[in-house]
Design a protein around this ligand. Sequence first.
Ligand code: FAD
Length: 555
Amino acid sequence: MITRRRVLIIGGVAGGASCAARLRRLDEAAEIVVFDRGPYVSFANCGLPYYVGDVIIDERELLVASPELFRERFAIDIHTDTEATAIDRDARTITVRDVRSGTVRRERYDALVLAPGAAPIRPPLPGIDLPGVFAVRSIPDTRRIRAWISERAARTATVVGGGFIGLEMVENLIRRGLAVTILEKLPQVMPPLDPEMAAPLMQHLEASGVRLHMNDGLARIETTANASLVVTAESGVRLDADLVILAIGVRPEIELARVAGLAIGPRGGIVTDAQMRTSDLHVWAVGDAAEVRDVLTGQETVLPLAGPANRQGRVAAESIAGRDSRFRGVQATAVVGVLGMTIAATGASEKGLTRAGVRDFAKIYLHPGHHAGYYPGARPIHMKLLFSVPDGRILGAEAVGTDGVEKRIDVIAMAIQLGGTVHDLAAAELCYAPQFGAAKDPVNLAGMIAQNVLNGDMPIADWARLGTGDALVVDVREPDEFAAGSVPGAINLPLTRLRERYAELPTDREIWLTCGVGQRAYYATRFLAQHGYRVRNLTGGFATYRAFAAAGVPS
Ligand code: FAD
């Protein structure tokens, strides 16, 4: 009798479900069995916050594919409410337990895929398990949150953690009419961003009525006499809340793998190679639980995002089917929308590069409109571009705005993937009609500004170094603009008067030029450089200064 190759998959959502479906397309003969300890497979975790906020009204919309669909369309066997509890790598079996009946059985495998995801971090603090304290990972979690809000007529919430999931929950709790406080240990929300890029977002959150309680961690949660909650921060500050959302990050679910002796990497994920194979030839790992390579820093990382999980599932399936597919690594391309603002990033941040010991890079800031200025409704996109010096290779980009933000980051993400340079961005041929972009798209502009830096046309100064030397800061905006707000210590010499008055400027000091967003200062830089002055453009102008000041840099 010919025995079919048996492929078992633990975890049936993003990585596991993609792997199963792809494998069936490549291998009609394999027996493919998926186990998930939850009641669903292939559900939209990314949609969960929007179900809480009533944007998605019908819970069934979250179910991307049902066990029946897997069975009928792909002949894939799905076992929900079935938890894998052990792996015997010598015998090539796993132990699974039916979570409803408690019965335990063994399942044989030829290939095993681990796709167990990552669990929300629940620090062992007093009150962390009280009723009304929720993490958001599954459909039942969101069902409980919805019920709690309705049954208690909840009016206030504290969201602990200001990352992606925390912010999405903030937006959706506000949609439900709750007043929301964010309790965040760091001085900024959205930790992957550099602090000055998070500043406009923080201002927007506050302007939208979100209370930000920063630089303070969670200490404990208690129930009050009226069955509400009070969150006490490490500083002793007490925040009243009808419910608490824990969104302080996730931790790869590696226990099964660890106990089975599979290698665990420095970032706490299951070690994988480019084919998503673990330290055991017969075992693959994908998704949030897997450790992968950061293509920019070359270091190992864990990146809990759905796109990489799906692609890794596909690569693992192809590897199991005997193909030589490879996962290229990750560059952390991500987007989040909150209360009308969009925040997106790809590649390395400045702090990430600094942490990785990368020195030879430069950064520029720009604030272009999301489409042509003459067409009504142009809104600024605050952008930061990081690139290596002198070769101009793009290292990362961050953008914050209301419209067209993720489109620009996606273009830059693709350029990074292709090993592109700032010269490629300058030369990129992109869509343009007035309501969509500009003849010089923000992506082109970013490339052109960076080219000016690399070829020496526009030496730049970093706002973070303001006040550290003896440079004279000259603001070239018009006097009324200068009067409305300026950099401390700056003098005003408008660009429109520069040709007649430039001789007033000292020749024995470096001159750092600034304006609104950096453009007029660029013109002034070119003029003064050609007249023998040592000049730098304070990149991104006063708009960037304000972001730095709001972020507390320079102090
Ligand atoms: P998961 O999708 O988490 O699936 C793992 C499954 O394995 C779970 O169902 C779990 O029950 C099961 N499991 C674990 N251990 C066992 C076991 N021992 N036996 C059986 N089953 C087991 N990413 C984005 O890119 N964009 C977004 O907008 C976004 N929004 C998100 C919003 C929320 C609220 C959450 C929670 C996540 C969001 N993510 C987002 C992250 C994204 O959902 C994950 O990166 C992705 O789902 C990871 O896929 P995975 O297959 O590794 O794990």
